[in-house]
Ligand binder design. Structure first.
Ligand SMILES: C[S@@+](CC[C@H](N)C(=O)[O-])C[C@H]1O[C@@H](n2cnc3c(N)ncnc32)[C@H](O)[C@@H]1O
Ligand code: SF4
Length: 257
């Protein structure tokens, strides 16, 4: 492989395309678990080795899905990547991280783990994630990692801003501060995810009038203000957050199915 790599900082690999949840805004869960397009353990290992031999320098390796923890061999893949000096991270819905798995994650040497938490209100989070009990399991997963880790992995959160959760965004930042969580990344809800259906399962999560857009925009303003006042837990830059406000302002209010 011959390509300029000096600016390359991170590589993302999709470990699978299926999931145990049924999020309203994602359609990974509509794919079958025996999806033949998913890389096997040997294929994944040899891809990681090829990337290593190609780059010849330490690099971030982000493992995404689907829900990566549905793979029984995920921890072996992480250990392998870490042994090749990759700084490995996984993003997860957190529901499969029991205390036993948390200990194994720590032993695998994983560098960073991001939990998707859209709201600390179980009614909202579980509704968005399509399965009840999801928030409780994800928060337990965070506690298990924090309980057993010595240094690694860094724990962070990812939040999808939408029409149902904008009131609770700062509460999530406060939760991060109280629970030894390094940062919170905010992502605006996107109309197309995972390259599947382009419509919406439920219009409640997408703003459908100017008033709702204004409410979301005001909530993002609170994040910007917190950031201006030195809130270091918010990962996004002020420019990104401002761009998000513009994104919501310009969205097609009728884009729901
Ligand atoms: C596709 S998920 C895969 C990892 C894992 N299953 C999870 O939910 O964290 C990766 C990230 O994308 C986010 N996401 C999913 N659908 C989205 C959408 N329509 N717009 C914005 N972010 C979305 C998820 O909340 C998660 O933080
Ligand atoms: S966002 Fe994550 S947890 Fe939700 S359906 Fe998609 S892959 Fe699964």
């Amino acid at each position: 492989m011959k390509a300029p790599t000096e600016h390359l900082k991170e590589i993302e690999i999709l470990t699978n395309r299926y999931c145990n949840l049924k999020c309203k805004f994602c359609d990974a869960w509509t794919n079958p678990i025996d999806d033949k397009s998913v890389l096997t353990y040997n294929q994944l290992k040899s891809s990681i080795k090829s990337i290593h031999d190609w780059l010849k320098k330490p690099m971030r390796l982000s493992l995404a899905g689907g829900e990566s923890f549905m793979r029984k061999d995920l921890l072996e893949i992480i250990s392998y990547a870490e042994s090749l000096q990759f700084t490995t991270s996984v993003i997860t819905n957190g529901t499969l991280i029991t205390e036993e798995i948390a200990k194994k994650i720590i032993s695998s040497n994983l560098s960073a783990i991001t939990f998707s938490i859209d709201s600390l209100n179980p009614k909202i989070h579980d509704y968005l994630r399509g399965v009840s009990g999801t928030l409780k399991k994800a928060l337990q997963g965070i506690q298990f990692i924090n309980k057993h880790k010595i240094q690694k992995p860094w724990v962070s959160l990812a939040v999808v801003i939408n029409n149902l959760n904008y009131n609770g965004l700062l509460e999530i930042v406060q939760f991060a501060k109280n629970n030894n969580i390094s940062s919170v990344l905010f992502q605006p809800i996107s109309p197309i995810f995972f390259g599947g259906k382009t419509g919406w399962y439920d219009s409640k999560i997408w703003p459908t009038n100017k008033n709702e857009v204004k409410n979301i925009s005001n909530a993002i303003d609170l994040l910007i203000k917190a950031k201006e006042n030195g809130e270091s837990k918010i990962f996004n830059s002020i420019q990104q957050l401002t761009g998000m406000k513009n994104y919501f302002k310009e969205i097609d209010l009728k884009k729901v199915s």
